[in-house]
Design a protein around this ligand. Structure first.
Ligand code: GLU
Length: 485
């Protein structure tokens, strides 16, 4: 069997839609699973839509996503060029061949004439007017430099059919298809032609793309057949939806890969999540690395029903990736968030990471979670009252007075050691451990809600700072008590 060759063929629009990235990922996984090649091709024939820097977005995305192409514009060798605008002459040459074999024709119709066309049900359809031109008429017009396009010559009768690996048997009556433009008046090909020529010349064996091309594929097959080329195998993918009615779109601000990175998602978690949007592995495992995806991916797991993009689910999965990180790994990705938070430079970042790893789903939550550490302001003592745990302000005060010498005597200032010391104290004092840990946490943070418990935060603050804060809290609590007397 031929080597499997798949391709990703993005148009450089300036951003990477999550749906396109999924197509790219599946094409990559399919090739890699089969030990084949994955090719990157830039489809930039729509010169009016070119966006500065858009090709860089494509490279950046592939790199961040961990998807490596074997051939492409930036690689040596292969069957390039891999940028369509650099292949203009190739398309023209093949379009002329297609004309010679009756699969296409020159069309000189003016816009005014096209505007007068009417079709069934008000849908305009080209009427093959120029197909009737004689060879002499065509030559004369070409010689006179009349602007032209080249159109595909679709049979008016019969049915075109093929089998898609996801959608099954597709049959489209030829009469329903239009003689689309293959070469535009500026000499550039349209997608309708370029995809066929390129997929053939690049030896693509499996075409994996969005289902919006499902019903135009018969047209492309007519060209493969006319040229006598082997048709590729087709794998069309269902759309990714925002909800039952709406597709994920740039307009709703929920479709762009780089926006998710900016929100604090890890690229590997995004890739893992989108791999599951339309494909299910055989097992129940949801957290799958790229290596596992490459091993497990297969067409039989693909679904033809649209999948709904569930951001909370992706957030959860991101949290799972974070939980699997070492403090050092987490610090590396969290650093920009530490640096914009109020604690910038105040703590040992790896220790801070230890506190955050079990409690963070996406990185952008970080500043809100840690800003409290930078502030220590006089509190309202009622914060210490806790009915359910039977903590009153006087009890908290007593306990904290006992804790101060314990803290001062403590030489091993780690979460573990501090936990042991406070638990031992709770036991001797015959109080519940929560009756010790809660007041201590409040006393060293001055914040009602914090990520992390008393001793974790104490470790992070360090001995000196923890004692300084505890003493201040003792003063404020004592002060409030004496005022009450
Ligand atoms: N440039 C097309 C797109 O971005 C590619 C479709 C295909 O993969 O054939 O939709």
């Amino acid at each position: 069997m031929d080597e499997v060759r798949t391709r990703f063929a993005p148009s450089p629009t300036g951003f990477m839609h999550i749906g396109n990235l999924r197509t790219c990922l599946y094409a990559y996984l399919y090739a890699k699973k089969a030990g084949g090649k994955f090719i990157l091709r830039i489809e930039d024939t729509d010169q009016g839509r070119l966006v500065e820097g858009a090709v860089d977005v494509i490279y950046r995305t592939l790199e961040k996503a961990g998807i490596e192409h074997d051939e492409g514009p930036d690689k040596d060798g292969g069957v390039g060029p891999y940028v369509q605008s650099e292949r203009k002459n190739i398309y023209l040459e093949y379009a002329k061949q297609l004309i010679d074999i009756g699969g296409a024709y020159y069309c000189f119709c003016t816009k005014d004439r096209l505007d007068t066309l009417t079709g069934d049900g008000g849908i305009k359809k080209y009427d093959k007017h120029c197909l009737k031109l004689s060879k002499e008429e065509i030559d004369a017009k070409l010689q006179a430099g009349e602007p032209y396009v080249i159109r595909q010559n679709i049979p008016t009768e019969g049915v075109s059919e093929y089998d898609d690996l996801v959608y099954g048997h597709i049959a489209v009556p030829n009469a329903d298809m239009e003689d689309n433009i293959l070469i535009k008046s500026d000499g550039m090909p349209t997608y309708n032609f370029a995809n066929v020529v390129d997929d053939h010349l690049m030896n693509i064996t499996h075409v994996i793309r969005g289902m919006e091309y499902l019903s135009s594929t018969p047209k492309y097959n007519l060209m493969y057949d006319a040229f006598g080329w082997q048709r590729p195998t087709y794998i069309h993918l269902p759309p990714i939806m925002k909800d039952a009615q709406r597709k994920l779109s740039k307009r709703y601000g929920d479709a762009n890969f780089e926006d998710f990175l900016a929100k604090g998602y890890l690229p590997e978690a995004i890739v893992n999540y989108i791999a599951l949007l339309g494909w299910s592995p055989k097992g129940n495992e949801e957290k799958l690395s790229m290596a596992q995806l490459k091993e497990q991916f297969g067409v039989d797991g693909l679904s033809k029903s649209p999948s709904i993009f569930d951001e909370p689910k992706m957030r959860w999965l991101n949290g799972e990736y974070i939980k699997a990180m070492t403090p050092e790994e987490f610090t590396a990705v969290a650093l920009p968030y530490y640096e914009i938070s109020d604690i910038k430079g105040m703590f040992d970042y790896d220790k801070l990471s230890k506190l955050l790893i079990p409690r963070t789903e996406i990185l952008s939550e970080i500043p809100d979670k840690i800003n409290f550490l930078a502030h220590f302001d006089r509190f309202d003592v009622s914060m210490f009252e806790h009915k359910k745990m039977k903590i009153t302000v006087p009890l908290a005060l007593e306990i904290l007075q006992d804790v101060l010498p314990i803290f001062e005597a403590q030489s091993d200032w780690t979460d573990e050691a501090l936990k042991n010391a406070l638990s031992a104290y709770a036991e001797t004092r015959s109080v519940k451990s929560g009756q010790v840990f809660l007041p201590v946490r409040l006393a060293i943070t001055a914040a009602a809600v914090t990520p992390g418990g008393a001793t974790e935060i104490a470790e992070l603050l360090g001995k000196e700072e923890s004692i300084r804060r505890l003493k201040l809290s003792l003063d404020w609590l004592t002060d409030s008590q004496s005022k009450q007397l």
